[in-house]
Design a protein around this ligand. Structure first.
Ligand code: SF4
Length: 349
């Protein structure tokens, strides 16, 4: 078997064997595969906006937005279309190429769909790629989103089918797979991944990646999240994931889905710069950027660009104009670093 072949028939034994490789051998293999399909010094950047926050009827044990847990999160109704478009304009101005809109819903209601479709059309008209995560979809909703111009639909599988019931009881794994199949049938791209650090075993991590890699087509985007432990959620006291196990999982994902963008996703704020750079070496080539407040002075975004510069990484799909915007952000961040000795701050958040 060639390490670089695009396969859809992964077995647990195959994937266990990858997880059991010595760390350096695994990373070498992942980096070799990565270089066959991608420029190793390019990372795709997306911006994420919550368009409807909190009071979600689902009971995902990791999620502060679930209405089942008291996390003190401020609930917000569906955001006005104009505000969403303004945020998208700001995301574009700081260099994002994809704008992801997330709503804490079990599924979109008939009442909300027209607004959601207006958001897709408006963001698309700004020249950005569009992505949404709205929960379970039926065929008609999926088709309407595709016709409005939605490029990507995010719908995570979260973990293995075997472990899923420990994390979520209000929907089934089969529901998730059904929505993913509707998205594919409607011609949209899939963003689907999972979360590490929820008490799952290595076999569960393997099981998640097998589900994703054995889909008829690999998801174009595979977010691998590190659990962010939020007080009030049932997983608030979970044990930390060993950082090397996290990197291993990214590397295995890269080998199994060689042409997909593997996204270093939630939890990145808790990773120091060394760990993030190791993640890029393992094959991660996508991040969320400026995901909290979309203002041009977003310090996290500037810090990300500074890390890219130190690593010689350039954002993917960047126009000349955007490079200039990033250059200005980097220069500003360098000035601030000199003032605050930020270089010596191990925490990259
Ligand atoms: S469906 Fe999404 S928003 Fe709702 S509880 Fe689960 S992860 Fe949170």
């Amino acid at each position: 078997m060639s390490a670089t072949a695009t396969r859809h028939d992964w077995t647990l034994a195959d994937v266990r064997a990858l997880f059991e490789l010595p760390f350096n051998d695994l990373l070498f293999q992942a980096q070799t595969v990565h270089r066959q399909h991608f420029d190793p010094n390019r990372v795709q950047v997306s911006t994420l906006l919550s368009i409807k926050t909190g009071a979600c009827p689902e009971d995902c044990k990791y999620c502060p937005q679930s209405g089942h847990y008291n996390t003190g999160l401020d609930k917000e109704k569906l955001m006005e279309v104009e505000k969403v478009l303004k945020a998208a304009e700001e995301a574009k101005a700081i260099g994002s190429t994809r704008f992801c809109m997330g709503a804490a819903w079990k599924h979109p209601s008939a009442k909300d769909m027209p607004y959601v479709l207006q958001m897709v059309k408006g963001v698309k008209a700004l020249g950005l790629e569009t992505c949404m995560t709205l929960g379970k979809l039926d065929r008609e909703q999926t088709q309407a989103l595709a016709e409005a111009g939605l490029d990507y639909y995010n719908h995570n599988l979260d973990t293995s089918p075997e472990y899923y019931g420990n994390i979520i009881t209000t929907r089934t794994y089969a529901d998730r797979l059904e929505t993913l199949s509707y998205v594919r049938d409607a011609g949209m791209k899939i963003c689907s991944g999972g979360i590490l650090g929820m008490g799952e075993s290595v076999d569960d991590r393997a099981g998640l990646l097998i589900q994703l890699a054995n889909l008829p087509e690999h998801p174009e985007s595979v977010p691998i999240n590190m659990l962010v432990k939020v007080k009030g959620t049932p997983l608030a006291e979970e044990k930390d994931v060993d950082p090397f196990d996290f990197i291993r999982t990214l590397a295995v994902a890269r080998i199994m889905m060689p042409k997909s963008h593997v996204r270093l996703s939630a939890g990145r704020e808790q990773m120091n710069e060394q760990m993030q750079s190791l993640a890029f070496f393992a094959g991660a080539n996508s991040i969320f950027y400026g995901e909290k407040l979309l203002t041009t002075g977003n310090p996290q975004a500037e810090k990300d660009m500074l890390l890219f510069k130190r690593l010689g990484i350039k954002p993917e799909e960047r126009e000349e104009h955007d490079d200039e915007v990033h250059q200005a952000a980097i220069e500003q961040a360098l000035i601030e670093q000199k003032n605050s000795a930020l270089f010596y701050d191990a925490a990259s958040a």
